[in-house]
Design a binder for this molecule. Structure first.
Ligand code: FAD
Length: 386
C-alpha cells in the first residue's frame, strides 16, 4: 500500500528503522506483557537505545533534537506493530517535553537522558477523583515548609506509577482555594518517597501499564523538585498538552493501521463461498471507508505535530487530530473484528484485546466532549456552558 503521508527522507528512514525494531516484538509480546504483569522492558529499552523515544528531546540531554512530528512517527510505528505502549506518551512525550521546556538544568540533567534512552520512566498525575476534566478544581496541595514543599492529596487513574522512577504531579499552591486563577505548581516526586502510596484500579484494558489511585500524604520534596516557577504550573502543563494529544493520536493511528492490515489480509485469505470474503462489497467497502478515515486522521496528526513544532497556535489542530484519530481507530478496529467473524473475538487473532485501549483514547487524555468544547468555543466562537 502506498503511503500518501508527506514525509521527509529522514522521517521515512526513521519510520523504517522503528518498524524493524518494533516488528521483532509484535502484538503477541505486548499481550504477554499485559497479561503476565511484566514490563515491556526489552522493547522499551531497545527503542530508547536506538534514540527513538527521545527523538524530540534536546541533544545536550541525550535526545535527538528533532520534534513532535518525528516522535509521532515513532509512536505510530510501534503501535502499528501491535505494541501501543501508553508509557511512550506519558514519559518521553508529556513528562519529557514539560521538563525540557520548564525544568531547571539540574532536573533536565537528572531526568531527560534516562527518559530519552528508556532506562527511566515517569508517570504524569493531574486527574483527581472530584476534579476530572475541570483541572481548575484540583485539590492536591503543595505547601512551602522551609526549603521544602509538602504535597498532600489524591490523584486518580494514573498510568504506570508502579513501574515509574518518579511521578510528575500537578498541585494547587498552599491554601489557595480552587478556581480559575488558583496558582498551580508542578513537582517531580521520586518513587518510594515517604508518604507516597498507591492502589490499583481494576480496569478492563489489556496493556502493560496499570492504572492507580495515588495518595500523597505529606510527601516532602526539596525546592529543586519544582518544575518551572512556583505558581506558574499551568504554563508548564500547557507545554505538555500538545505532546500528549498529538502522540495519543499517533497511538490511535497505529492501532488503526494494525487493525486494517489484519482485516485486509484476512479478507483476502478467507473464503466461505467461491471467492475470498474481501470480494464482497459488504466486506470491502467498509474497509475502504476505514482506510479513508485513518488517512484523514494521519494527515491531521502530521499537520498538527508540524504546527506544534513550529510553535504556531496548534491547539485546534492538535485537538482535532486527537478526536479524528480516536474515532477512526474505533471504527477500524470494530470493522476488523467484524471482518474476522467469530475469530474477531478470539485471543489468537489479536484484535478484540485492543478494544478497551482504543476505546479509552476516546475518553483520555482529554475526552471527546472536551475536544468538541474546544472547537465549538475557540474555532466557532460559540459560548461556553461551564
Ligand atoms: C486508562 C486510563 C488512563 C489514564 N491515565 C491517566 C494518567 O496517566 N494521568 C492522569 O492524570 N490521568 C489519566 N487518566 C484520566 C483521564 O485523563 C480522565 O479520565 C479524562 O480526562 C476524563 O476525566 P474524568 O474521568 O474525571 O471524567 P469527567 O470529567 O468526570 O467527565 C465525565 C463525562 O462528562 C463529560 N464532560 C465533563 N465536562 C464536560 C463539559 N464541560 N462539557 C461536555 N461534557 C463534559 C466528559 O467528556 C465525560 O464524558 C486516565 C484515564 C484512563 C481511563
Amino acid at each position: 500500500m502506498t503511503d500518501i503521508l508527506p514525509m521527509s527522507p529522514e522521517q521515512a528512514d526513521l519510520r523504517e528503522a522503528v518498524r524493524r525494531v518494533a516488528g521483532k516484538y509484535g502484538h503477541k509480546y505486548f499481550v504477554e506483557c499485559a497479561t503476565s504483569h511484566k514490563e515491556p522492558t526489552e522493547l522499551y529499552e531497545e527503542l530508547g537505545a536506538a534514540g527513538f523515544l527521545g527523538v524530540h528531546l534536546p541533544e545536550e540531554y541525550g535526545g535527538g533534537g528533532a520534534g513532535l512530528a518525528e516522535l509521532c512517527v515513532v509512536i505510530e510505528e510501534v503501535s502499528a506493530a501491535g505494541c501501543p505502549l501508553l508509557m511512550m506518551v506519558i514519559a518521553p512525550a508529556i513528562c519529557g517535553s514539560i521538563i525540557a521546556a520548564h525544568g531547571s538544568p539540574e532536573l533536565k540533567q537528572a531526568w531527560l537522558p534516562g527518559l530519552a534512552n528508556g532506562t527511566k520512566t515517569m508517570s504524569f498525575a493531574i486527574t483527581e477523583p472530584d476534579a476530572g476534566s475541570n483541572t481548575h478544581a484540583l485539590t492536591t496541595t503543595a505547601r512551602r515548609d522551609g526549603d521544602d514543599y509538602v504535597i498532600s492529596g489524591t490523584k486518580y487513574w494514573i498510568s504506570g506509577p508502579d513501574q515509574a522512577d518518579a511521578i510528575l504531579v500537578v498541585t494547587r499552591d498552599g491554601d489557595a482555594a480552587p478556581g480559575r486563577d488558583t496558582p498551580m505548581s508542578m513537582f517531580v516526586v521520586p518513587a518510594g518517597s515517604p508518604g507516597l502510596t498507591m492502589h490499583a484500579i481494576e480496569a478492563e484494558l489489556i496493556q502493560p501499564e496499570k492504572q492507580f489511585t495515588v495518595f500523597f500524604d505529606q510527601v516532602r520534596v526539596p525546592e529543586g523538585a519544582l518544575v518551572g516557577e512556583a505558581g506558574q504550573g499551568f504554563r508548564a502543563v500547557f507545554s505538555g498538552l500538545n505532546p500528549e494529544r498529538v502522540t495519543a493520536a499517533a497511538i490511535s493511528n497505529g492501532i488503526s493501521r494494525y487493525a486494517l492490515e489484519r482485516a485486509t489480509r484476512y479478507a483476502r485469505e478467507r473464503s466461505v463461498w467461491k471467492t475470498p470474503i474481501g470480494a464482497h462489497q459488504g466486506v470491502a467497502h467498509p474497509l475502504a471507508e476505514c482506510h479513508i478515515a485513518v488517512t484523514q486522521a494521519r494527515l491531521l496528526t502530521a499537520r498538527a505535530a508540524e504546527l506544534a513544532d513550529a510553535g504556531d497556535r496548534s491547539g485546534e489542530a492538535v485537538n482535532m487530530a486527537k478526536f479524528a484519530a480516536a474515532e477512526a481507530s474505533l471504527k477500524t478496529l470494530d470493522q476488523a473484528i467484524q471482518v474476522h467473524g467469530g475469530n474477531g473475538l478470539s485471543r489468537e487473532y489479536g484484535l478484540a484485546d485492543l478494544w478497551f485501549l482504543a476505546r479509552m483514547l476516546r475518553t483520555a487524555p482529554t475526552s471527546r466532549e472536551m475536544v468538541l468544547n474546544f472547537v465549538a468555543q475557540h474555532t466557532l466562537g460559540l459560548p461556553a456552558s461551564y
